[in-house]
Ligand binder design. Structure first.
Ligand code: EPZ
Length: 420
């Protein structure tokens, strides 16, 4: 239970400039990837968020030397002292991406014993495709006592994923980067953070080709050398800020982002009647007229991202007309809409589809955060609503958004904390 709640007094247009932080889902892949290196590495543009701090603790527990300068967003990791290949459940249950330690430690030590991962409760989240990939590279994988154990001397192989999986693609890329010979990943995920991880591995002397397409070829390298690397900006934070600007009929320019990563969201906002202007590394969002309802179906990249479905469906609660939102990736990603019923939203949910009838006004109410992006969605709901919204359990939002309250306040939002 968090000892504070967020209070948001809504209906204030956000205006001004803001800068996006480094990508959470990239950071959580690139940090474990340093374990593959034989020398120290410096990572820049890391977001100062809970998941990054947890990973830093995990690497420290393994014997690495880690320093994080949260002001300059720089982490220095020296993996040479790593003596352990075991990560206990008490550390892994704090986040989903702790399962990347499996691929990374397997590559480094030929053995990994990692507790089951935690993470957001957004549905059943199997990792059979990760295990299939490790087995295909020659690892023996066993499970028991809350631990997953993978062991073996790895060799290149062809892995055909039954479905595109971000985590599975990243984990098997990590394991394959030092395996003997060529690994080919077929039906691989194409998200920007997969390209970023490939770029990082290549910056250490790795050989990864095809990232960003559905076929990735990895030639294993026995040694990887030091690297100084900056991770890409967070496309989900960028999208959340774009939606927040639209939700308040504000005029906001988001700097430091990559507009081409945002195409699926930009297309939907334009369809709704929001003005979106792309610049080299910035996006400006402005109102043109009333928001029209649109239909959304989540898909793997470059389709509409599931991580933005929650903020986007909050926005649609005040659009003119009826929207249909279909979630195809995770089965429990509509909990924020149930909370928004208390704010006057008109929503009907049946299995993987939410029918949203736009209302003219939402009103503030007490609501509870159930997962990271649900938290972002409820913040957006609060920014749109008349009166004051009380958001309980807001700590989950800090897992993935750096200084979100500070950033929104800077744009004019009335958002504050109060003890509970
Ligand atoms: C990553 O989760 C992200 N997490 C998620 O971000 C994101 O929602 C998701 O990708 C989809 O884009 C990180 O990068 C740390 P998947 P991941 O493997 O890797 C099924 C956020 O809010 N599947 O691409 O767990 C799975 O059930 C989060 O930042 C299998 O069936 O997602 C899902 O339906 C939450 N077997 C689909 O594939 C497997 O072995 C895609 O999952 C693996 C996945």
């Amino acid at each position: 239970m968090d000892d504070y709640k967020l209070l948001i007094t809504g209906e204030i247009p956000l205006t001004g400039d803001t800068t996006v932080s480094g990508g959470k889902n990239t950071a959580v892949a690139v940090i474990p990837a340093v374990l593959l290196c034989d020398e120290p590495c410096v990572l820049d543009n890391l977001p100062d968020i809970e998941d990054v701090r947890v990973l830093s603790d995990i690497l420290l527990s393994l014997g690495a030397t880690v320093t994080f300068d949260s002001v300059n967003k720089r982490m220095t990791i020296d993996p040479r002292g790593v003596t352990s290949c075991t990560v206990p459940y008490k550390l892994t249950q704090k986040m989903r991406a702790s399962y990347y330690l499996l691929g990374a430690l397997l590559a480094r030590c030929g053995e990994a014993n990692v507790g089951y991962p935690g993470g957001c409760a957004i549905g059943n989240r199997p990792f059979d495709q990760h295990i299939k990939g490790f087995q295909s590279l020659g690892a023996e994988v066993t499970e028991g006592g809350g631990m997953i154990c993978a062991k073996g001397s790895l060799h290149g192989s062809t892995v055909f994923f039954d479905r595109a999986t971000v985590g599975g693609t990243i984990n098997v890329m990590l394991a394959a980067a030092k395996a003997k010979g060529l690994t080919v990943l077929c039906n691989a995920a194409r998200e920007p953070h997969i390209v970023d991880l490939a770029n990082f591995l290549n910056s250490m002397g790795g050989s990864v080709k095809g990232a960003g397409t559905d076929t990735i070829r990895i030639k294993g390298m026995p040694h990887l050398h030091q690297s100084h690397y900056a991770v890409i900006p967070d496309q989900i934070e960028t999208g959340t800020l774009m939606i927040a600007a639209a939700a308040t009929k504000g005029d906001v320019t988001i700097h430091g982002c990559i507009p081409t990563h945002m195409e699926a969201l930009t297309a939907k906002l334009l369809e709704m009647g929001v003005s979106v202007t792309d610049m080299d590394d910035a996006i400006r969002v402005r109102p043109i007229g009333p928001h029209r309802a649109v239909n959304i179906k989540t898909q793997e990249y470059p389709g509409f991202p599931t991580d933005l479905q929650q903020p986007m469906s909050a926005l649609l609660c005040k659009a003119q007309g009826n929207s249909m939102v279909t979630e195809t990736i995770f089965e429990s990603r509509f909990k924020h809409l149930n909370e928004m019923l208390r704010m006057g939203a008109h929503v009907r949910i049946a299995e993987q589809t939410a029918w949203i009838e736009g209302v003219q006004e939402l009103h503030g109410a007490p609501v509870t955060v159930t997962d990271l992006r649900a938290g972002a969605a409820l913040v957006i709901a609060g920014l749109m609503a008349a009166g004051t919204t009380e958001i309980y359990e807001p700590g989950l939002i800090e897992r993935g958004y750096e200084h979100i309250e500070r950033k929104l306040r800077h744009l004019g939002a009335n958002i504050r904390r109060e003890p509970v």
